[in-house]
Design a protein around this ligand. Sequence first.
Ligand code: GNR
Ligand code: NI
Length: 169
Amino acid sequence: MPILDILRFPDPRLNKVARPVTVVDSRIKALVADMLETMYDAEGIGLAATQIDVHERVIVIDVSEERDRPLVLINPELEWSSSERVKGDEGCLSVPGIYDGVERAASIRVSALDGDGHTRTIEAEGLLAVCVQHEMDHLMGKVFVEYLSPLKRNRIKTKLLKQQKEARG
Ligand code: GNR
Ligand code: NI
């Protein structure tokens, strides 16, 4: 199964809003399998379909040490978030080499379909809570650097555009 290309900031396709999945069929299952393979290959803890230029509400996550606990969230809905916030450094496979502080809800409750199309609710805190919020932002067309100051964001944009230009030769 193919490893897919990951879009890089500031690609405008990262700002597209994903539409809900209507049915978890073989096409969506194949998409999930490809996304998991791509996430593990890239050594990320999460991947949103938006990042591989598929604009449907599909997320894969694995925050386990052993990389053996895949989590699939289709049509995720935020049911609840704590008023308590935590600030931590985030990175993104679409913004390689950049890490900066973002404030998020400390705990969340999210309902979603799993990889078999069954509804489930997860409660998360710590790194999982951060990752779910980061991935749900991707589905809304939002990249974490958009929480940073315009000055920082522009520096990142310039740096990544230069890297991408050099990589093309
Ligand atoms: O691999 C990733 N690490 C990470 C670290 C801190 C906060 C969020 C993340 S998600 C990121 C993978 C990614 O880009 N998902 O969209
Ligand atoms: Ni990301």
